[in-house]
Design a protein around this ligand. Structure first.
Ligand code: TYD
Length: 132
């Protein structure tokens, strides 16, 4: 459900030597982190994602640059632009999501609630929508 999606602001320790942000699983974000992956060197105009997860929860951060996250719970759609490293987007399970409009040199870090499993993917939008 899109109502469970939320932007979560992370601690930001400002310092003349440079800023520092951090997060801890089950604390700043509502799940235990089992996996991290990142998307980078995205050619202009390319779209990543385009799937939903049956059980996986994710937290998406723009560590560098900016990109848009398009979400669709089968009924409603919403777009978020991520462009700062001190907040991120919590995306629960059963939400169709795409990442697009990547700026040059952008870096997307995704923290996930479980290990990689192809069985957990909906890769066909119609199958996802029927399940909703
Ligand atoms: P995929 O999730 O389809 O990428 P996108 O976000 O663009 O939809 O993953 C692309 C490929 O990488 C796919 O073959 C599965 C593999 N992969 C892993 O092996 N482990 C992972 O943690 C992830 C996220 C992907």
């Amino acid at each position: 459900m899109l109502s469970k999606v939320q932007i979560i602001h992370l601690p930001k320790i400002e310092d003349s030597r440079g800023n520092l942000s951090f997060l801890e699983g089950n604390s700043h974000i509502p799940f235990h982190i089992k996996r991290a992956y990142w998307i980078y060197d995205v050619p202009g105009g390319q779209v990543r994602g385009g799937h939903a997860y049956k059980e996986l929860h994710e937290f998406i951060i723009a560590l560098s640059g900016s990109f848009d996250v398009l979400l669709d719970d089968g009924k409603n759609k919403k777009k978020f632009t991520l462009n700062r490293s001190y907040y991120g987007l919590y995306v629960p399970k059963m939400i169709w999501r795409s990442l697009e409009n990547f700026s040059t040199n952008s870096l997307a870090l995704i923290l996930a609630s479980d290990f990689y499993s192809e069985d957990d993917y909906f890769r066909d939008y119609n199958v996802f929508k029927n399940q909703v």
